[in-house]
Design a binder for this molecule. Structure first.
Ligand code: ADP
Ligand code: MG
Length: 230
């Protein structure tokens, strides 16, 4: 399905929070790199998909009633074999049910595990006055505690994407610091530009969060994508 169809379907069903599968399908359309995934409807399917995706895998709950998946024990990482996946599937279902008995379950996302690396965040919130404000920062404490972020109003140019990345105080970490390898800054700027295009072409999007994006020496991978509609 195309982005516009995904959005229209969600609005028809009166869902404001797109499912991770839907948000990531939109990312693919705009060339934003994501971790490979398949949506399993039962345990046997989860194991089959894990075998196909390749271990280690990550399992995540997919439910329109759950926005912050790890808060409810809905994310399990580093599952290394079929047995881990079977046990993990049971555990996720139990965790979710314990948190919200009535949560509607669409399935369990079986996902390629992105190797740990420098994490960055790309976001968008709509400002009533200026429109779509894009945000960039480094993951973890940099955004959450230090508020070390850069903003630009979309649409942005390639130069503005580079400025955003250069502007955060944590920028030297992206250039490579002690143990950490240098990050692919070009890949981040491409994601910023693609996100700018995405939010400009779909005015129904109120908020977007690519959090985290793992950035490597070469390339990047969006591990979690959240899109909230007006
Ligand atoms: P939520 O933000 O809804 O709690 P996430 O999908 O962001 O759920 O998962 C929580 C955390 O688990 C992420 O911040 C990341 O550290 C880790 N994680 C999730 N998916 C992957 C993945 N495919 N590869 C590696 N780590 C992952
Ligand atoms: Mg997340």
């Amino acid at each position: 399905m195309k982005a516009s169809q995904i959005i229209a379907k969600a609005l028809r069903e009166e869902r404001k929070n797109l499912l991770e599968t839907e948000a990531k399908a939109i990312c693919i359309e705009y060339g934003i790199p994501i971790t490979k995934f398949k949506l399993a409807k039962d345990k046997a399917e989860a194991v089959r998909f894990a075998d196909a995706v390749g271990y280690p895998v990550v399992l995540k709950i997919v439910s329109p009633d759950i926005i912050h998946k790890s808060d409810v024990g809905g994310v399990l990482v580093d599952l290394r074999n079929a047995k881990d996946v079977r046990n993990g599937y049971t555990k996720i279902m139990r965790n979710v049910k314990m948190h919200n008995e009535k949560a509607r379950i669409v399935g369990v996302l079986v996902q390629e595990m992105a190797p740990p690396s420098t994490e960055v965040i790309v976001g968008m919130t709509k400002d009533p006055q200026f429109g779509q404000a894009l945000m960039f920062g480094l993951g973890g404490i940099f955004v959450e505690v230090l508020k070390d972020v850069a903003f630009r109003i979309a649409p942005i140019t390639a130069d503005e994407a580079c400025e955003m990345i250069n502007e955060v105080k944590a920028y030297p970490l992206l250039k490579g610091y002690r143990g950490t390898p240098p990050a692919d800054i070009e890949a981040i700027s491409k994601i910023l530009l693609a996100t700018s295009k995405l939010v400009m072409e779909h005015d129904e999007i109120k908020e977007l969060d690519l959090n985290p994006i793992m950035v490597y020496r070469k390339g990047a991978k969006t591990v979690d994508a959240r899109i909230i509609l007006e």
